[in-house]
Structures are given as structure tokens and as C-alpha cells.
Design a protein around this ligand. Structure first.
Ligand SMILES: Cc1cc2nc3c(=O)[nH]c(=O)nc-3n(C[C@H](O)[C@H](O)[C@H](O)COP(=O)(O)OP(=O)(O)OC[C@H]3O[C@@H](n4cnc5c(N)ncnc54)[C@H](O)[C@@H]3O)c2cc1C
Length: 444
């Protein structure tokens, strides 16, 4: 066993990482700057928490493996698992259950297809956190801000924390601090090059409010998305409604490229009324506002190419949103973070089986973490760049894009094998290189 690991940040990536590291280190210390609520509730360190957080099947599969009783716990708290016909999109052309292809055709998801999990972000995190806090060799310390690295001979050997102004040593520091990650500043402090950054300027904004239905039986599915209108003045707007664990309805509005949903409740309702399908408008006639609209601005998707660096400090690995955050409209962020955690687990297991130290583990992990970003980045880019005004780095993934388009065309013609490949990729059950292997195997 290795001695001590420190994780900076107790969001989805940090919590899942703590579980993985608990198998490989004598002691794991998870630090988070936030005040952690004793019950499932919003917190300031995760401002996106008031907006819809759908967990894709690929993310849930990883969580279920790491925390075998988690799904049971979510169920017990009222979290919902969306069956094949309970979570859908309403497009200008009608209803679709296959969100992966963004096709305006009302394709059914096959019976037995894996489910999306729908619950508040706060509940999901609360249930995972309770399990991490119960691990005997993991200590979670909250209201503790990491202010900088401890550096020695070009390596990261620990962190400095506030408010105690202490120095804490570790064999490995994981930066799971999300979009406010300090890894770039730490590279600067060591005189090392920063990674190249890729960006897609989608200028996206979310605005979410919760409502108590007067007649809950008016909506008994799990949730739905209303996609952008194809024509007319409101092609940049979309919306969703989802049932939450406490019976409230979470309505999340989205708008892009300057057409952001407003925060005042009158403007919020006016935005709802301009969506091409009146389903949310109709449902809200029989519902009472519980939590006023909150806005989240997401100017760009950002991917840091740590995988391309030729020099990186020993003792440090960034993970989750710290590496890559993608337009949240496609519900991929948490699953992406979890797939990176799985990549870290594989790198550690490999070292263990070879009885090797952690020396240069970044050379294994950073490319593996990047591999997990490829599919969600391509999906988001293919969608975002259909909107006039989106700028930035279109992915250099000609082969994958051709492959996804070819498989999607076959799926639209009723080829179930092709459909399963596209759905599995979108649901984040496997990566792009695995798609390639499966596709090649299917063709031979
Ligand atoms: C509006 C919106 C909606 C989204 N919807 C979805 C969705 O439907 N499905 C989905 O899968 N994903 C969704 N996402 C993406 C998802 O929220 C992120 O991808 C995911 O939370 C990333 O996890 P993380 O652990 O890397 O970072 P975070 O969850 O952001 O956690 C970072 C943690 O680090 C802590 N921290 C930061 N700095 C320090 C410091 N210096 N010291 C100590 N602690 C620190 C913070 O307090 C926080 O707890 C959405 C994102 C947004 C913005």
C-alpha cells in the first residue's frame, strides 16, 4: 500500500476518487472548501447544483460498482430511474426517446435499455458523500480551502490549507476542484508549460426554478426536454421539466448565443411560453413556485490537453471538470468525471500488479483521462456547431465523426446493433476507441 493521498475537492470526481484511492493508500484525506449541508441541499461550492443533473447510464454503472448500495439509497430517498418511455425529448417533429441521435424521429428506446437516473444533484452527492465518509481510511475535512502546493525538487509533495495555514504532505495530490482548478497556477509556480486549451464558445445559459404541483398526477413520467425550435425567432431556446425526489418539478430553461433565459419569474414564464411545445406552460398552470429562478452562465466548453505535455510534476493529477468541462446541455459532465476516475483506478491497479511506484503515473493517466473526453466532446461539438454563431475548436476527429454519422444513419433505418453502439457512446458506457473496436468487430 502507498501511504497518503490528498484529494482537493469533494464534488462528484473527488468523492469517487476517494473511494478508488481507499483501495490503494493507507490513508486518504479529502479536503473541500465548502460548508457541507447535513442533509441533501444546495451548497455554494457547486453553484450548478440548482440545475438539472441527469446521470447517464455509463456514470451510474461506475458509481454502482464503486458503491454497490448507492442506487438502493437513491431509490429510498425518492430518486427516479427513468424507464425507456419516461424520459424523452419533444422536438419540432414530435417525441423521441433516443436523445443520443438528436433525431426528430420518435424512435423507441428498446425495452431493457439502461436508464437515466434523475434526482437533484444535492441528493446524488449527499448519498455518495455518506458512503465515502464511512470508509475507515478516508478522512473528509470540510471548510478547508487548499491555497497552494507544497513543492520539492519539481514535484508536488502536498498542499497548504486555510484557514489553519497548515502544510500537509502526501504521496499523491488529486486536483478535483472543478472549474476553479489551480493546476495551471501550480505548473506556473514550477516553471512548467501549461497545456494547450481547446474551447467551443457556445455561450450557453441555464435558468432553473422549482415548482410544487397542485395535482402531481398531471405529470407521472420522469422528465422531458423540449429542444430548440427549428425555425422562427426562438431557435436558441430550450427547456426541460423533471420530477424531483421530493415531488417538486424542476424546470430548467436554456438559451444560447445571447438569448439567455431571464432570472425574474415573469421573464422565466415568458421564456417557457416561447418554447415550441406548450407542455411546460400547461403543467405550470397548476403549480406553485417554490424556489425562484437561478441562473448559471456557461460561456464555453473547455478541454485542457494535459495528455500532450511532455513534462508534468510528480505527485499531482488533475481530474474531472479540472481537465474538461462541456456544455451541460448534453448531461455528460458527471459521467465524464466518473469515467476519468475509472481510468485512474486502472492506472493504479496496473502499477500495483507490476509492483511499480507512482513514478510517472501521469504519463499513463493523463492520456487515459483525455480518451474519456473524446466522445462527449465530439457529441457536444456536433450539436453546438449546428448553431450559427458558435465559434472555437471543432474537434480534429474526422474518423470518429464519420463513424458516428454512419452508425446513426444505419440506426435510423432500424439497425439495432448500430443503434446500441451510438446509444452506448452517448450514454457514456464506453469511449471512442472502444466504439472503434466494437464497430470493427461487428464488420468482420
Ligand atoms: C448548469 C449545469 C448543469 C449540469 N448538468 C449536468 C447533468 O445534467 N449531468 C451531468 O452529468 N453533468 C452536468 N453538469 C456537469 C457537472 O456539474 C460537472 O461536470 C461535475 O460536477 C464535475 O465534477 P467535479 O467533481 O470535477 O467538480 P465539482 O462538482 O464542481 O466539484 C468541485 C469541488 O471542489 C471544491 N473546491 C474548489 N476549489 C477548492 C479549493 N481550493 N480547496 C478545496 N476545495 C475546493 C468545491 O467546493 C467543490 O466541492 C452540469 C453543469 C452545469 C454547469
Amino acid at each position: 500500500m502507498l501511504e497518503k493521498a490528498i484529494i482537493v475537492g469533494g464534488g462528484i470526481a473527488g468523492l469517487a476518487t476517494a473511494r478508488v484511492l481507499s483501495d490503494h493508500f493507507d490513508s486518504v484525506l479529502l479536503l473541500d472548501a465548502d460548508v457541507m449541508p447535513p442533509v441533501a441541499d444546495l451548497r455554494t461550492g457547486v453553484p450548478q447544483g440548482s440545475h438539472i443533473h441527469v446521470l447517464l447510464p455509463g456514470g451510474m454503472e461506475i458509481l454502482s460498482r464503486l458503491f454497490p448500495t448507492l442506487e438502493e439509497q437513491l431509490d429510498a430517498h425518492g430518486g427516479l430511474s427513468a424507464g425507456p418511455s419516461e424520459w424523452y425529448g419533444l422536438t419540432s417533429h414530435g417525441k423521441t426517446y433516443r436523445l443520443s441521435r438528436f433525431q426528430p424521429t420518435p424512435l423507441e428506446r428498446p425495452a431493457g435499455a439502461p436508464s437515466n437516473r434523475v434526482q437533484s444533484r444535492a441528493l446524488l452527492e449527499h448519498c455518495i458523500r455518506a458512503q465515502v465518509e464511512a470508509l475507515p481510511n478516508v478522512e473528509c475535512r470540510y471548510e478547508t480551502r487548499v491555497t497552494g502546493p507544497l513543492l520539492e525538487d519539481g514535484a508536488v509533495t502536498g498542499v497548504c490549507i486555510a484557514p489553519d495555514d497548515l502544510e500537509l504532505n502526501a504521496d499523491l495530490v488529486i486536483d478535483a476542484s472543478g472549474r476553479v482548478s489551480q493546476t495551471l497556477a501550480w505548473l506556473d509556480a514550477l516553471g512548467l508549460a501549461r497545456p494547450r486549451e481547446e474551447a467551443i464558445h457556445c455561450d450557453f445559459a441555464y435558468c432553473s426554478a422549482t415548482f410544487q404541483p397542485r395535482t402531481p398526477e398531471a405529470f407521472t413520467d420522469v422528465g422531458f426536454l423540449i429542444s430548440s425550435a427549428r425555425k422562427g425567432p426562438y431557435t436558441k431556446r430550450a427547456g426541460s421539466l423533471a420530477r424531483m425526489e421530493n415531488g417538486e418539478w424542476l424546470v430548467t430553461l436554456a438559451g444560447r448565443l445571447g438569448d439567455h433565459p431571464p432570472k425574474d419569474i415573469e421573464g422565466f414564464h415568458a421564456h417557457v411560453d416561447t418554447l415550441h411545445d406548450p407542455k411546460i406552460t400547461d403543467l405550470l398552470k397548476e403549480a406553485v413556485l417554490v424556489r425562484a429562478p437561478r441562473q448559471y452562465l456557461f460561456p464555453k466548453s473547455l478541454r485542457r490537453r494535459y495528455d500532450q505535455l511532455t513534462a508534468f510534476p510528480e505527485g499531482l493529477l488533475p481530474i474531472g471538470d479540472a481537465v474538461c468541462h462541456i456544455n451541460p446541455g448534453y448531461s455528460q459532465g458527471m459521467s465524464l468525471a466518473l469515467r476519468q476516475v475509472e481510468a485512474l483506478e486502472q492506472a493504479l491497479v496496473q502499477r500495483k500488479s507490476q509492483k511499480a511506484s507512482l513514478q510517472k503515473i501521469w504519463k499513463d493517466f493523463l492520456p487515459a483521462a483525455h480518451e474519456q473526453t473524446r466522445a462527449p466532446w465530439v457529441f457536444a461539438a456536433l450539436q453546438d456547431f449546428t448553431k450559427e454563431g458558435t465559434t472555437g475548436d471543432f474537434p480534429d476527429e474526422e474518423h470518429a465523426i464519420t463513424q458516428i454519422k454512419r452508425l446513426s444513419r444505419r440506426a435510423d433505418k432500424g439497425d439495432d446493433e448500430a443503434a446500441a453502439l451510438v446509444d452506448g457512446l452517448f450514454d457514456m458506457q464506453f469511449s471512442l476507441s472502444t466504439l472503434d473496436e466494437k464497430d470493427t468487430a461487428a464488420q468482420t
